[in-house]
Ligand binder design. Structure first.
Ligand SMILES: Nc1nc2c(c(=O)[nH]1)N[C@H]1C(S)=C(S)[C@@H](COP(=O)(O)OP(=O)(O)OC[C@H]3O[C@@H](n4cnc5c(=O)[nH]c(N)nc54)[C@H](O)[C@@H]3O)O[C@H]1N2
Ligand SMILES: Nc1nc2c(c(=O)[nH]1)N[C@H]1C(S)=C(S)[C@@H](COP(=O)(O)OP(=O)(O)OC[C@H]3O[C@@H](n4cnc5c(=O)[nH]c(N)nc54)[C@H](O)[C@@H]3O)O[C@H]1N2
Ligand SMILES: [Mo]
Length: 918
């Protein structure tokens, strides 16, 4: 089957790989055969319906559609025969008759016009379509326009929606010439269940479906009217979708997905339509210094900071920022200053930030949002696997037959990864979803375990106890690659599913079945998210997942692996780069003398302290205790994201000196003494590392507004004002230095990234695109063995009681990013989800006497908020789901700051709450 096929194409001998179509071979050979219903992007099935790509095959009576015809040995194919050309012309003429003229086209830059030209057709002899029969303009969606007079029924939008993104919103209704795309049954697009990924818009070859931003009031535009096209990486989540930015007049006009290793051309609503936050009038454009008499508090209007801040030159602001920190260092010691770095910035920026704190202040009090995120997962992975990163890319699900998704909601939070998960189920893969909420993936799940929140350890232990009881484990794998199995086995004996069903809410038969399905997999993957990590027993939760993978031998082979879905676009990279209080870059312990002396060699001094630093939440506690008096905060918004924000805000207010470097005047910046305006991601160059360990290059596409500057350059200037004598002219210089101390970057160079866009680490040679799967030959631990660490049941810190009878769980929504600083300033995203909201079960709302859309009061031991309540059957009757993006009803006024002892992560996913009608 692997044999190449030889055939002739227009008289030339060419070869095809098995499965290749004539169209693909022709393209490789330099002949682009006209095509409309065929999309040259991975994931699109050829349909062969438009007949624009017909070729002649010798000996065959009828012409063949080259996009879906595979060549056979010795076949003689002509793209240039008179018959083929005449046929393609006829098709184009017929289609042209159905389209508005190019002068008045919805999209004068549509792919269709190129193809008409390539076919040699400028006008049609045929009568135009009867306008009466065409559905009217549908402008019901904020982000997209539907103009079906340009529809050629090619069906690409249906395939985009159903087969690529697997959303099943678009279908064709009507017959023959009167068949048109419809949304759901026949809703206007804006009222349908469309999630606005825009895949259909990207696929449409004619402009029948278009970005609203490209057309004017008369529905005319030109998608190719841009000045430059720049390849970069989406700045939102850890999937790391590669994008092409179309820039016009210095602004991003439109975004398209390109073929990155993670996204294969796909995007979600934030990546495609959420880019415009960078052009929002609230952008910080000038350095700001607090007015002497301005009180610190949440009191600054981001559209007019002049009440509390005055504009300053960069010189003045950098001097003030550095002198304030240096004064504290000199008066109280370096320990009195701490830093929060950013997972929204590049690897180079993260690296420089941790270097500034370590070198400039002689200690390790530097951390970032990973602490609130996968810190517990990383703690468990480091402990038991020897490495914190994923063992396999999420795309490996292609080779799996079973997958578990637990405590993660990828349809909303990693939407492009979710498209691959959904496709996996369409191919027959078994998907086991475990979540207290009926998350979007449940529609695709073979097993949906909607269990009690906080009961992950008993649930996972009961699954593993069945695997032990029924002898379904992989003894050969366990013997060869693990340690502590006997102990784990004994421990699990106490967790028969019948014994823990009351705790988990899942009946024993279901648990047994799930255990058999997962243990029976040829290759199984485990994906997890914040539902696992954000608990006081988050490390135990992850230990269970690691044990489950190990006992079934599901690590280190295709289609198998452990994959904590990383959150921020660069949280993997920021952690790798050393924005962690116990680790220098590449997770090398600050307590290790050899490691410190290696960095002393690279940095030219022995500034690194051998003492582990404080974590995010410990730093804020230390501010309250008076031990920390100054902070440098880069691209984080703890005044919204920290658990117990009243405590965090009081800490920020109590600092003697706070420097905030952000793109907006955030809630955190409200407490700043100096605000440094930064360039946003699309305004700078740098590398980022996604959840798949793929290091990718972001390229500057537009200039930053006003005097805003790239983060790395600001940090360098501050370092030099602190006396550090740094010389970096470009992020590439920083990257070169990082490579000296980071083996993970071996074989990855800036030049390679410029050429290839992405390289996965580890990369074994200068040619190796990187290893999607690691640990086939053992683990980076003593003896090459991974470890089973048994986990016992620890209940959540704050149980519901008579006073606070509900369980509060917090998380995310598709359209908003964390604290809302970016997405609430994006026109489309804010229009789709404009109002603070929480979700309750309809029966609960009825009992409370609140109509869906009415207001409720949520109260915990820490505070209260009032906001709109949605009715949602996916939420258990005794739970409230609350997103944390809305300052006017900030979730973290309510959440419990109790910490996991290993990862030091707070229990964002469980608090006791009282709910009442407002
Ligand atoms: N749209 C959007 N996407 C994002 C982000 C965003 O802000 N907005 N943020 C990014 C970041 S940094 C991160 S870390 C990721 C997070 O991505 P996810 O991990 O998917 O995030 P969450 O919505 O916080 O929580 C996931 C799930 O945990 C479930 N859960 C709650 N309690 C429990 C429990 O006790 N056990 C289990 N097993 N599950 C429970 C919730 O019901 C929820 O469905 O998303 C990234 N992507
Ligand atoms: N209740 C609750 N709270 C949570 C969580 C939860 O599930 N529930 N999840 C936690 C998790 S997983 C995370 S990761 C944290 C996230 O917490 P944060 O990291 O504090 O949240 P973001 O809103 O992402 O903050 C990023 C900041 O970076 C700025 N920014 C964006 N781009 C740039 C840039 O290029 N340069 C600079 N200098 N700044 C930039 C943005 O304006 C924003 O202010 O929240 C945590 N808090
Ligand atoms: Mo996160």
């Amino acid at each position: 089957m692997t044999d190449k096929i030889s055939f002739t194409l227009d008289g030339q001998t060419v070869t095809a790989a098995p499965g290749e179509t004539i169209w693909q071979v022709a393209k490789r050979a330099g002949t682009v055969i006209p095509h409309l219903c065929h999309k040259d992007q991975q994931g699109y099935r050829s349909d062969g319906n438009c007949r624009a790509c017909m070729v002649e095959i010798e000996g065959e009576r009828v012409l063949a559609a080259s996009c879906c015809r595979a060549p056979s040995e010795g076949m003689q194919v002509r793209t240039d025969s008179a018959r083929a050309e005449t046929s393609r012309k006829l098709v184009m003429e017929l289609l042209l008759a159905d389209m508005p003229e190019r002068e008045v086209a919805h999209d004068a830059g549509a792919h269709f016009w190129d193809m008409a030209e390539a076919t040699g057709i400028a006008e049609s002899r045929f009568p135009t379509m009867d306008a009466e029969r065409i559905p009217l303009l549908d402008d019901s969606h904020v982000a997209m326009r539907v103009n079906l007079d340009a529809c050629i029924q090619c069906n690409l939008c249906v395939r985009a929606c159903r087969e690529v993104q697997v959303n099943d919103v678009i279908g064709m209704a009507g017959r023959g010439h009167d068949a048109f795309p419809v949304f759901d049954m026949a809703d206007p697009m804006g009222d349908s269940t469309c999630v606005a990924c825009g895949e259909c818009v990207q696929a449409c070859p004619t402009g029948a479906l278009m970005e609203a931003s490209v057309v004017d009031a008369d529905q005319r535009g030109d998608s190719r009217d841009f000045d430059a096209e720049i390849a970069s990486v989406c700045p939102f989540c850890g999937v790391g979708c590669q994008v092409s930015l179309k820039v016009k007049d210095g602004a991003v006009k439109k975004v398209e997905g390109i073929n990155g290793p993670a996204n294969e051309g796909r995007l979600c609503v934030k990546g495609r339509f959420g880019y415009d936050y960078i052009h929002h009038p609230h952008r910080l454009t000038t350095p700001l210094i607090r007015r002497a008499d301005a009180p610190k508090g949440l009191n600054v209007d981001p559209s007019d900071p002049s009440t509390h801040f005055r504009e300053a030159t960069w010189e003045e602001a950098l001097d003030a920022a550095a002198q304030g920190l240096a004064r504290l260092r000199d008066a109280h010691g370096g320990q009195s200053v701490a830093g929060f770095g950013s997972a929204k910035c590049s690897n180079e920026e993260a690296y420089l930030f941790q270097k500034l704190i370590r070198q400039g202040f002689g200690h390790n009090n530097v951390d970032h949002c990973t602490r609130l995120c996968h810190a517990s997962s990383v703690a468990a992975l480091m402990e038991n696997v020897g490495s914190g990163a994923v063992t396999a890319t999420f795309n490996e699900i292609e080779n799996a037959d079973v997958a578990i998704v637990i405590g993660a909601n990828p349809v909303e939070n990693h939407p492009v990864a979710a498209t691959f998960f959904k496709q996996f189920t369409r191919r027959g893969g078994k998907l086991i979803v475990m979540d207290p909420r009926g998350v979007g993936l449940r529609r695709y799940a073979s097993h949906m375990l909607q269990f009690r929140p906080g009961a992950d350890v008993p649930l996972l232990n009961s699954i593993m106890s069945v695997i032990v009881e029924e002898g379904l484990y992989d003894q050969a794998y366990i013997d060869r690659f693990t340690e502590n199995w006997e102990h784990e086995k004994q421990h699990l004996a106490g967790f028969a599913p019948e014994a823990v069903a009351d705790l988990t809410g899942i009946d024993a038969a279901t648990v047994r079945e799930v255990a058999r399905v997962f243990a029976g997999a040829q290759a199984g993957m485990i994906f997890w998210g914040m539902g696992i990590s954000q608990h006081i027993h988050g490390t135990d939760n992850s230990r269970c997942l690691i044990s489950l993978a190990l006992m079934t031998g599901n690590v280190g082979k295709p289609g198998a692996g452990l994959h904590p879905l990383r959150g921020q676009n660069n949280v993997q990279g920021a952690s790798d780069a050393g924005l962690i209080p116990m680790f220098l870059p590449d997770y090398q312990s600050v307590t290790d003398d050899g490691v410190r002396s290696a960095f002393a060699g690279i940095w030219g001094d022995d500034a690194v302290s051998p003492e582990k630093g404080l974590t995010v939440t410990e730093i804020l506690d230390a501010v309250h205790a008076g031990a920390i008096r100054g902070m440098y905060i880069l691209g984080e918004n703890p005044a919204m994201s920290d658990p117990d924000v009243e405590h965090a805000r009081a800490a920020l207010a109590g600092l003697d000196h706070l420097v905030v470097q952000d793109i907006f005047l955030t809630e955190t910046a409200n407490y700043a003494d100096v605000i440094l305006p930064a360039a946003a991601f699309y305004e700078k160059t740098g590398t980022v590392t996604n959840t798949n360990r793929q290091v990718q290059l972001g390229r500057r596409a537009v200039a930053p507004p006003g005097d805003a500057r790239e983060d790395w350059a600001i940090t360098v200037d501050l370092a030099n004002r602190l006396g550090l004598g740094w010389h970096y002219a470009h992020p590439r210089d920083v990257f070169a230095e990082m490579k000296q101390g980071m083996k993970s970057l071996d074989n990855i160079t800036w030049d390679r990234l410029e050429q290839e866009g992405a390289v996965t680490y580890p990369s074994l040679s200068p040619e190796d695109p990187g290893q999607p799967i690691v640990f086939a030959e053992g683990f980076p631990r003593a003896g090459g063995r991974a470890r089973f660490t048994p986990a016992s049941v620890i209940p959540p810190d704050e149980q519901p009681d008579a006073e606070y009878p509900f369980v509060l769980t917090t998380g995310r929504q598709l359209e908003h990013w964390h604290t809302g600083s970016m997405t609430r300033r994006s026109r489309v995203l804010d229009a789709v989800e404009p109002q603070a909201n929480c979700s309750l079960h309809p029966a609960t709302l009825r009992k409370l006497g609140v109509a869906p859309g009415g207001d409720v009061v949520l109260e915990t031991r820490r505070g209260r908020i009032t906001l709109m309540a949605r009715s949602d059957r996916a939420v258990a009757p005794d739970m409230v789901f609350l997103p944390f993006a809305y300052v006017e009803a900030a979730a973290n006024i309510l959440t419990n700051p109790a910490l996991d002892p290993y990862g030091k992560i707070p229990e964002f996913k469980f608090a006791a709450v009282r709910v009442s009608a407002a």
